[in-house]
Design a protein around this ligand. Structure first.
Ligand code: S3P
Length: 439
């Protein structure tokens, strides 16, 4: 959590990584499962739920609005839905923690309520742009007060009559798309969205699973207001973005052979596999199947010699959360890797271009920052001290860099790994990392 500074130490390993790993549940799906189950009529069971700080904050938000959310085990939630109009005003501001997904999707839902709500976040979330949701929601009739620059805290005013809009998203963002669709549940008429590039479609798929009529596909989605959500059980696959650290780790440590179980392989998430394969990686999808309506597979990854590539800009939206670890793969590869078209990285939990460039340079890697990407000269990673800037994905990426570094890598400000991947260090050490998570 912001303010707390946990320093990790990743020591280079002499042996290959091996074994089987089941990473925790998908963060995007876990947020949505709790949200939609809360707004549904009836009781929904969510299994494979990510017990991380971000998704727990979302569950607490709905509990604060009168939804009973039971936790029979760490990876299960039983949500007693209150129906679309059943939420109650929370007694105090809702704390979304570090979670952009939590805050942006909640903003869409709250725009349709009868009461006012204030949404706050930690230091990182308080710097993230919210105009991208405020502007389209205002067009629908919502009123949302933000701080200067369109930043949180946000106060979402209740009692507004919403109308559907036809909206072309200026940036490819599943969070913005989802916020608008969720407000659309409460709007009169049709809400329809066109994306500049298709993004993860969990909101669309899950609304359909909860019984809401919705048309979607290839960068478009539309729905009408005025229907109901019916409770349904949700099975959450393992999070591809968490598996990504192991895909790169096993690719770069000689002799490694790792099996990642039950990984969600929705094509809107797996751009990193395509990029790594272009670099020469040996990643195979075994046992492909459907789990809770989502494609999943076991991913087998073996060590391979990676070489630098120009990452196709068309892959960027499908690997938007994987650039911190892609930069590490690039640093371990031979030759030059160029990333373009990824300016969105600058407004994630941190400015991920700047944080990764600074950290890799501290480890002796030549990295040139560009406004929308970076140029990484691969070859050799040294030991040293880096700062994750409180960004969970940067922290785990530097831990992977430590596996093949010339010396120990010390990583500052790692506590936020718990937002998306509690237990990362134990799982990593179980397959061969030498990672300690001291004070
Ligand atoms: C998410 C969408 C993406 C992604 C984030 C989760 C979601 O954000 O980076 O980790 O669950 O919809 P953007 O919508 O800002 O691209």
């Amino acid at each position: 959590m912001s303010g707390s500074t946990e320093t990790w130490t990743s020591v280079p390993v002499a042996r290959a990584l091996g074994g089987e790993v089941r990473v925790p549940g998908d963060k995007s799906i876990s947020h949505r499962a709790v949200m939609f189950a809360s707004l549904a009529e009836g009781v929904s069971r969510v299994s494979g739920f990510l017990e991380g700080e971000d998704t727990r904050a979302t569950a607490r938000a709905f509990a604060a609005m009168g939804v009973r959310v039971d936790a029979p085990s760490a990876s299960e939630r039983v949500v007693h839905g209150v129906g679309l109009a059943g939420l109650a005003a929370p007694a105090r501001p809702i704390d979304c923690g570090n979670a952009g997904t939590g805050m942006r999707l909640l903003t869409g839902i709250l725009a349709g309520q009868a009461f006012d709500t204030t949404l706050v976040g930690d230091a990182s979330l308080s710097r993230r742009p919210m105009r991208r949701v405020i502007e389209p929601l205002a067009r629908m009739g919502a009123r949302i007060d933000a701080q200067d620059g369109g930043l949180p805290p946000l106060t979402v005013r209740g009692g507004r009559d919403l109308v559907g809009i036809d909206y072309a998203l200026p940036v490819a963002s599943a969070q913005v798309k989802s916020a608008i669709l969720l407000a659309g549940l409460y709007a009169k008429g049709e809400t329809s969205i066109a994306e500049p590039h298709p993004t993860r479609d969990y909101t669309e798929r899950m609304l359909a699973a909860f019984g809401w009529p919705i048309a979607f596909g290839e960068g478009r989605a539309s729905l009408d207001g005025g229907h109901r959500l019916r409770a349904t059980d949700v099975v959450v696959p393992a999070d591809f973005s968490s598996a990504a650290f192991f895909l790169v780790a096993a690719s770069i440590v000689p002799g490694s052979d790792l099996l990642l179980r039950d990984v969600g392989v929705n094509p809107r998430r797996t751009g990193l596999v395509d990029a790594l394969r272009l670099m020469g990686a040996d990643i195979r999808a075994e046992n492909p199947r459907q789990l809770g309506g989502e494609p999943v597979a076991d991913l087998r990854v073996r060590h391979a010699t990676l070489r630098g590539v120009d990452v196709p800009a068309a892959l960027v939206p499908d690997m938007i959360d994987e650039f911190p670890i892609l930069f590490v793969a690039a640093a371990a590869a031979s030759g030059t890797t160029r990333v373009t078209g990824a300016a969105e990285l600058r407004v994630k939990e941190s400015d991920r271009i700047a944080v990764m460039a600074r950290g890799l340079r501290a480890l002796g890697v030549a990295v040139e920052e560009t406004p929308d990407g970076a140029v990484v000269e691969g070859g050799r990673i040294g030991g040293g001290e880096v700062d994750s800037a409180g960004d969970h994905r940067c922290a785990m990426s530097f831990a992977v860099a430590g596996l093949v570094a010339g010396g120990t890598v010390r990583i500052a400000d790692c506590a936020n790994v718990a937002t998306s991947f509690p237990g990362f260090a134990d799982l990593a050490n179980g397959c061969g990392f030498a990672l300690s998570t001291g004070a």
